[in-house]
Design a protein around this ligand. Structure first.
Ligand code: PMP
Length: 406
């Protein structure tokens, strides 16, 4: 077993907390990751040392804030291996990024009768904006089905591609099943049909290296808070030529070159898409979080999380009456399960009483819940700070649920 938690646990102040009389076992990283001291310090540094606005100030504090904010953009650029910093737009999160694409690119490029392909395992944030646009513009949604083990039916995807397909918007790693989708193939085949591809990397960015040039995706979205960064900050990567032609989504300060009551001249990307005072501390904190992840390295992160996933899967499979949902061979460290005869909310509450934090609910994937015939699941997600002891505590808390409820 890797010694990664020995190295990193002391970086996370919250792990010293006791919950309901037990040391905290945090297995809800798929909802949001814990924050290391360096990220907390970076946010504090912004407010403590240069709490000024960016881009428009002539004074020193504003220049310092601008340098830190634009520095964070550069960190994101190299993290994604984007060709240019102008291709990195700061948003409020994955949701903000997808809505930006739908409202801007989608409104410009999509015509009545055009088709948008999604999968059955999308998060609501990659369903609702497209459904809204489809209803407004007379587009059609096509859905790639999911097999019983949680993998996509790629043959069905190929059959959905056609001359009216304009966009394939697809999750890289499912936040409910954990399945890692073969996005390289999906991007290549979509492009062969002339369709653009948006990758929802909310759950993959924290544990898999992303190279937007190698992937050749047109858009990619992720959230800072799932990557040990602050809440309320995220990223839209888009190819420069697409951003150049895209109209603004929101109007306001910073996104213009000139304004008169007769005419408005918009700023160039990425500023055109960052109206108003941005989340400066969030962006700087995200930059620091990326540095934190890169210091550890994706090989170490992936190996450790896979070890925990495998151990947790084996431990839960030993317990009669526990059903795991999502058994694809390639998964991020997310384990959804139901205990026969117990509502997942009761599972979550009893686990909480044991100091074990999991997520119970539909995980913003209601179509996927319907697909698997459950109203909700319990979900344990494993990260760099989790240990084999955490896996044991999960399994014994699940047994306790059965003792209490059955
Ligand atoms: N997509 C996926 C796969 C997610 O897991 C999430 C967050 N649960 C989102 C999109 C939305 O992210 P946010 O709420 O940070 O905008």
């Amino acid at each position: 077993m890797s010694s990664l938690p020995d190295k990193v646990r002391s970086d996370f102040p919250i792990l010293g907390k006791t919950v309901n009389g037990h040391p905290l076992v945090y297995l809800d990283t798929a909802a949001t990751a814990l924050k290391p001291r360096s990220v907390i310090d970076a946010v504090e540094q912004v407010y403590g040392q240069f709490p000024a606005n960016v881009h428009r100030g002539v004074h020193t504090l504003s220049r310092e804030a601008t340098a830190a904010y634009e520095g964070a953009r550069g960190t994101v650029r190299s993290f994604l291996n984007a060709a240019r910093s102008e291709e990195i737009v700061f948003t409020s999160g994955t949701t903000g990024a997808i809505n930006l694409v739908a409202h801007s690119w989608g409104a410009l490029e999509l015509e009545p009768g055009d088709e948008v392909i999604l999968s059955h395992m999308e998060h609501h944030s990659n369903i609702v904006p497209w459904k809204m646009l489809c209803d407004a513009k007379g587009l059609h949604l096509k859905i790639i089905p999911v097999a019983d083990n949680g993998e996509l039916f790629l043959e069905a995807f190929r059959a959905l591609l056609g001359p009216r397909t304009k966009l394939v918007s697809i999750v890289h790693a499912s936040n409910m099943l954990g399945t890692v989708n073969p996005i390289e193939d999906i991007i290549r085949e979509s492009h062969a049909h002339g369709a653009k591809v948006l990758v929802d990397a909310a759950q993959s960015a924290p544990c898999l290296p992303l190279d937007v040039q190698a992937l050749d995706c047109d858009f990619l979205a992720f959230s800072g808070h799932k990557l040990f960064g602050p809440t309320g900050i995220g990223v839209l990567y888009a190819k420069a030529d697409l951003l150049e032609m895209m109209p603004p989504f929101m109007g306001g300060g910073d996104m213009i070159l000139s304004v008169s009551f007769d005419e408005i001249c918009y700023n160039k990307p990425p500023y055109r898409f960052e109206a108003g005072t941005p989340n400066i501390a969030g962006a700087v904190g995200l930059g620091r979080a990326i540095e934190y992840v890169l210091d550890i390295g994706f090989d170490a992160i992936w190996q450790h999380e896979q070890d925990l996933l495998e151990a947790a899967r084996a431990a839960l499979e030993e317990i009669d009456g526990v059903r795991i949902i999502g058994t694809a061979p390639e998964k991020v460290a997310i384990l959804s399960f139901v205990i026969e005869g117990v509502h997942p909310h009761d599972t979550g509450s009893i686990l909480d009483s044991c100091g074990v934090a999991i997520r119970a609910g539909h995980h913003c994937t209601q179509p996927l819940m319907a697909r698997f015939g459950v109203p909700a699941t319990a979900r344990a997600a494993f990260s760099i700070y989790n240990t084999m002891e955490d896996v044991k505590r999960l399994a014994s808390a699940v047994r306790k649920v059965q003792e209490i409820m059955l």
